[in-house]
Write a new protein. Structure first.
Length: 643
């Protein structure tokens, strides 16, 4: 064994083993061969045999293998072969004659030579074996005789050793002469090459085995590290059931070999919980650390299409992928959880789309198209993850934000639905069915958005018309008056009352007249006037109300200006229906407000005095030239200057 330093290799890799079987210990003593171990711990070694014992066993094998009458059979074979040989020789001599006229008959053919060889070779091998055993026997006898003579000589030193008889045997050892140097070198090369090849194969085998063990160790460590990370992230980790066909009887090994992970929602339906199962197989597979048997690779995409005349605006939202390595088990589980939640939401939307009270829907296997509001279509579809993995793509920023809001609100509503179902288990469901709906709150939200946009557009037209006419006005529009916390509670908490949101709009004209409107989802508008509170059900009704209130405000303002300017002449000013009438001595003025396109404000002044004809004089106001109130003052001052 030798230790060699190889950089940063572990110590067990530095271990060097000899492939030659050890036969001596460190002190040079022979190592016995271990045969067996008794239950008590005693060791049984291979017994050591002397030369005479081995010879005895070999001689016994002759009679065991060839029979007890081996020598009699062998003597008969020899005598028979000798007689046959003599007869053949005599026959050949008689045929040849004295002169030997045919010398070619003395040569043997190949067939005869082969037959003779087949007959002689077994006998030669038998003779060789017998001579070997006889030689071993003689060596044993001679060694015993020499040792006996030495012992006798030591015991009787005074006696004269007898002369060795001529019949004494002596042993001679003949050794094979060594081969030439080139042959020895070649043989050494063959031996070294064969040993080197065997060592290389053995070392390669050990290396592959060690690498396999190292890979198994690393995979085992990675398996448990992944399991601990998954459990630390609060994923449901339980032992997987035994595979089909496993033994379940008494005494069988019922230990689970891998883990099962439940990544779905706890209160989801049973079919979705069964599909939301992942496995951590004990068999290492670098390409698939977590097995998802029911993975479908689909995502939920929310799309909104807005049609405004000839222009069309579209946008959609797909949830972004979790950040991190795609092969990380936690990222894989998060992605799978998003997909199974999307599938559950889509299945609920398909059931609810056929029973919408305020919208029409078209449903297919993977697509739901809803006419949510005027000029607005909502599309919910399941798409493959390979089709489009971009989180958002929008022609308008507001539309993209609305799609993202709908996507996350659907998840909040799903959690609320699970909470309501869990709280109503074993009890009578008292809440209305609408409180469990996912799609109707989304439709109400979209309808309320379109409603607020249209109302705001009408109010801004009126304010813009007032500003163009020279009457300073402002609009304060708040679509949603509730705070964010209240909005989230409306979506997430269970309530028997209808969940509505609302806002308000205030128009201030010339810093002294105010119009106040309130609205409630999905499309309820209320006007709070000084003389009454009206519920507005359509946009034409709102436009007419705005025109009436603006006209009344302008006529009152003209009356105030006329009273101030004609106070020295004791003028009388009043509003009669849709006209403002002013009188003083020698003059009558009549102001009337009218509207053009986009609520453009116009005004006409009728004047009757001594300077005009009997039909009177009419002046009209044009927006954009001078302010309306300045034109009114000029129209009132003109007859005063002429008198």
């Amino acid at each position: 064994m030798s230790n060699t330093t190889h950089g940063s290799e572990p110590s067990w890799k530095k271990l060097k083993l000899s492939f030659e079987r050890p036969y001596t210990d460190d002190a040079g003593n022979r190592l016995p061969v271990l045969y067996d171990l008794t239950p008590e711990g005693d060791r049984i070694y291979e017994p050591q045999q002397s030369f005479s014992e081995r010879l005895e066993s070999n001689i016994r094998r002759i009679f065991v293998e060839r029979g007890a009458n081996f020598f009699q059979q062998y003597d008969g074979l020899i005598s028979e072969s000798k007689n046959n040989l003599l007869k053949d020789t005599q026959t050949e001599e008689e045929e040849e004659g004295p002169e030997g006229s045919n010398p070619s008959s003395k040569f043997m053919t190949m067939e005869e030579l082969y037959a003779m060889r087949a007959e002689i070779m077994p006998q030669l091998f038998v003779a060789l074996g017998e001579m070997s055993h006889a030689r071993d026997l003689l060596n044993a006898v001679l060694s015993g005789t020499i040792s006996g003579q030495a012992a006798t000589g030591q015991a009787l030193p005074d006696q004269i050793p007898p002369d060795s008889s001529p019949s004494s045997l002596s042993a001679t050892i003949v050794s094979k002469p060594p081969s030439i140097v080139s042959v020895q070198a070649f043989n050494s090369q063959l031996v070294i090459g064969s040993k080197d090849e065997a060592l290389r194969k053995a070392s390669g085998l050990f290396k592959s085995a060690s690498e396999s063990m190292e890979r198994s160790r690393l995979m085992g460590e990675k398996y448990w590290v992944d399991a601990l990370r998954i459990r630390r992230a609060n994923w449901g980790l339980t032992p997987a059931p035994l595979p089909a066909g496993s033994a379940t009887g008494k005494g069988a090994d019922k230990t689970s070999k891998d883990f099962m992970i439940s990544y779905g929602l706890e209160r989801s339906p049973v079919d979705f919980r069964l599909r939301a199962i992942a496995r951590m197989p004990i068999v290492g597979n670098s390409a698939e650390d977590i097995n998802l048997p029911f993975h479908q690779n689909t995502r939920l995409r929310i799309s909104i299409t807005t049609v405004d005349g000839a222009s069309t605006t579209s946008c959609f939202f797909v949830a972004p992928m979790p950040t991190g390595r795609a092969s990380d088990p936690e990222i894989v589980l998060k992605t799978a959880q998003i997909e199974i939640i999307d599938q559950e939401i889509f299945s609920l939307l398909v059931k609810e789309a056929a029973n919408l009270p305020t919208a029409s829907a078209r449903v297919s296997e993977r697509l739901i198209s809803i006419d949510a509001a005027q000029g607005l279509d909502l599309t919910v579809e399941l798409v493959d993850t390979s089709v489009n993995m971009h989180p958002t793509r929008s022609d308008s920023k507001d539309g993209g934000n609305m799609c993202e809001l709908i996507y996350h609100v659907l998840r909040v509503l799903l959690l609320r639905r699970h909470a309501v179902k869990n709280s109503s288990k074993g009890k009578e469901a008292n809440g209305p069915a609408a409180s469990h709906s996912l799609l109707q709150p989304i439709i109400d939200m979209l309808q309320y958005q379109v409603f607020c946009e249209r109302v705001e557009l009408e109010l801004r037209k009126a304010v813009q018309a007032l500003n163009i006419a020279g009457i300073p006005s402002s609009l304060s529009f708040t679509a949603i008056g509730e705070s964010g916390k209240i909005l989230v509670s409306l979506l997430s908490e269970e309530s028997k009352n209808k969940k509505e949101v609302g806002g308000e709009a205030v128009i201030r004209m010339d810093n002294w007249h105010t119009l106040w409107f309130t609205f409630v989802s999905p499309s309820t508008l209320t006007a709070h006037l000084p003389q009454a509170t009206l519920t507005i059900s359509s946009l034409p009704q709102l436009s007419q109300l705005l025109m009436d209130e603006i006209e009344r405000c302008i006529l009152k303002k003209i009356c105030a200006i006329g009273r101030q300017m004609s106070s020295e002449r004791s003028g009388i000013w009043f509003v009669d229906l849709n006209r403002c009438i002013g009188k003083w001595e020698g003059c009558v003025l009549n102001f009337q407000v009218y509207y053009g396109d986009d609520l453009t404000i116009g005004c006409s002044a009728f004047r009757l005095d001594a300077t005009t004809s009997s039909q009177g004089d009419i002046r009209k106001f044009s927006s954009g030239q001078i302010p309306l109130l300045a034109w009114v003052e000029e129209s009132i001052q003109a007859p005063m200057r002429s008198q």
